[in-house]
Design a protein. Structure first.
Length: 587
């Protein structure tokens, strides 16, 4: 619009005024770009930016910020990774300003590869990486590990600074080597606190300053995704690690591309990156619900009275569309980027909003907190995706479907993982009773003692985990005997304790308000049960068989159907073959 007005206006003016006015309009069009100051602070030094260099740096800043979308993407990555980089730099005593160098080198893309075959966050060539202590082979490439590579970059910068006692020269040496700086710089200013940046300053240094100016304000605040780090001491598969942290393996691998073969070796400690929701207090993204980390189903939001009608659905911010509202009007009212909104809701710019429906303002998750959904008449993948806050592409993958595929009413849609082997594709009514018997919702254990005597439940008082061998007429369940508390002994980790008691690591973290990255200490007492389960002695996991019904399972274990449904957050009587049912046996 600015340039259209400029063209109309300039055509009416004498030629002598055209150049000056065009400069004014250009300046106005670029007003959104951060301005390069005359003085900058860098690594404890004051840099005076001369006009000739200032113009060059400003041109780079304008190029870096001309696409708001790309700035937002890079800034979001920076908000995720900068806290880790800042911590490593603090430990290595490297100036915090160097964190902007990673944006210049790789835009924080872990598997970025340059034309000279430099790889990773900090763009190391293989021989330099190995020299700095990184493992680079067909199994592991630590250049793509945010912690390992950042520590190597810090040490490389410190090594260069030992030659010059000047962080600006150490920065220049990152690109051309210490020897190259020694040959190109005639008068070294070792230990100086003031330097001038001119047109003769090395291009790489000016490019770095442009990145610092462009992103210094954009990277402030917390990111949507936080990454916590933990040290893995022993060989472990990514599959097992993902299961322990309730993450999809795909998601875990996306943040740990340095693991090339799917297994973290045990030759030395490796730092693993665990993605979490930005406001989730250290819990994996997949586990964040409405703030209580409990089983989540669709939360029907009450009509809001505020103009923007913002609510939380399944723990994800959402807003109701108004009558006749277009996508562009909606995103303006929601104060959200258009492309980001479309991505959050699996929409295209040609789609129309439905008045009264809620649309997400944050990204949907990779899995739901409930395992399945029974398709109702008229539902499609997108509607179900919106219902549970799960990305459409994940539902496609879990169910081997395409987005536009017609779903059959009554079919089973899996929301948190691929369909288990042997699971039926359609639900049948399971709230049925055997012939000659009447259905009783509140069936009590004392009325069915004789019925379960043929398959007794093992009851133990110690902390041993017992696996019952399946026999004819007995359920294929695993009995997990768990005390209320566990005292940590030397050598134990959260993983080993969780594995011993068949718990999820993040359950223990939640119940004890722990920080995963800080670990546990010998003598520390851990709660092993959620508040609502503390009065129960042990938990049984019952694997649903084709012949099972909710009624028959309740009878088998001497519990009420209502208890069974409450323990497993069931909304109806439906069961799926292979599904795990929690059953708590009272002492």
């Amino acid at each position: 619009m600015i340039f259209l007005l400029a063209d109309i206006f300039l055509n009416c003016l004498p030629m002598k005024l055209t150049a000056a006015l065009f400069t004014c309009f250009s300046t106005l069009a670029m007003a959104q770009s951060p301005l390069v100051p005359s003085k900058m602070q860098f690594a404890g030094m004051t840099l005076t930016i001369r006009d000739d260099a200032k113009r060059e740096i400003q041109q780079d800043v304008d190029l870096l910020t001309r696409s708001a979308k790309h700035v937002a993407i890079k800034a979001e990555r920076a908000k995720t990774y900068f806290p880790i980089i800042e911590k490593v730099f603090e430990e290595e005593r490297v100036p915090d300003d160097f964190k902007y160098l990673v944006l210049q080198e790789s835009a924080l893309i872990s598997d970025a590869v340059s034309v000279s075959n430099a790889v990773g966050f900090w763009q190391f060539k293989d021989f330099t990486a190995i020299e700095m202590g990184l493992r680079v082979d067909k199994h592991i490439d630590e250049r793509m590990n945010i912690v390992s590579s950042t520590r190597a970059a810090a040490r490389y910068l410190k090594k260069n600074n030992t030659y010059f006692n000047n962080w600006l020269y150490a920065l220049q040496a990152y690109q051309m080597g210490a020897g190259g700086v020694m040959q190109s710089v005639k008068n070294f200013q070792a230990g100086t606190k003031h330097m001038e940046i001119t047109s003769k300053t090395y291009w790489y240094v000016k490019k770095f300053l442009a990145h610092k100016v462009a992103y210094e304000d954009a990277v402030k605040g917390a990111g949507e995704v936080k990454v916590i780090t933990l040290v893995n001491q022993h060989e472990k598969s990514m599959t097992d690690l993902a299961r322990e942290f309730a993450l999809s393996e795909e998601e875990l691998k996306a943040y740990n591309k340095w693991v090339r073969t799917g297994t973290i070796p045990g030759d030395k400690p490796y730092t693993v990156a665990i993605p979490t929701a930005g406001d989730g207090k250290g819990l994996p993204v997949a586990m964040i619900s409405s703030g209580k980390n409990e089983q989540v189903t669709r939360v029907e939001a009450k009509p809001a009275t505020a103009k923007n009608e913002k609510v939380n659905i399944n723990g994800i911010a959402a807003m109701r569309a108004q009558t006749g509202e277009s996508i562009s009007a909606f995103v303006k009212r929601a104060d959200i980027d258009l492309s980001y909104f479309l991505k959050c809701n699996d929409l295209t710019i040609t789609d129309r909003l439905t008045a009264g429906e809620f649309y997400y303002l944050k990204k949907k998750g990779t899995k739901a907190e409930v395992p399945q959904h029974v398709v109702k008449n008229g539902e499609n993948l997108w509607l179900i995706s919106q219902l549970y806050g799960v990305q459409v592409r994940k539902l496609e993958k879990y169910n081997s479907l395409k987005r536009d595929e017609v779903l059959k009413e009554g079919s089973v849609l899996f929301l948190s993982g691929k369909k288990p082997d042997g699971a039926p594709s359609k639900f049948t009514e399971v709230a049925e009773v055997e012939q000659g018997e009447s259905f009783n919702w509140s069936i009590q254990s004392e009325t069915i003692v004789a019925a379960i005597e043929a398959s007794p439940v093992i009851s133990l008082t110690d902390t041993t985990r017992v696996e019952k061998e399946p026999t004819a007429g007995t359920p294929e369940e695993m009995i997990v005997v768990r005390p209320e508390k566990h005292t940590v002994t030397a050598g134990e980790t959260l993983y080993s304790i969780a594995r011993h008691y068949q718990l999820n690591v993040m359950d223990i973290v939640q119940w004890n308000n722990l920080k995963v990255e800080e670990g546990i200490k010998p003598g520390q007492v851990l709660n092993l049960q959620a508040t609502e389960a503390k009065e129960l002695s042990h938990e049984i996991l019952h694997v649903v068989k084709p012949s099972d019904t909710m009624y028959s399972v309740a009878r088998q274990y001497g519990v009420t159907i209502k208890e069974l449904m409450d323990w497993n957050k069931k909304k109806d009587f439906s069961l799926v073959v292979g599904e795990n049912l929690k059953i708590f046996k009272k002492p």
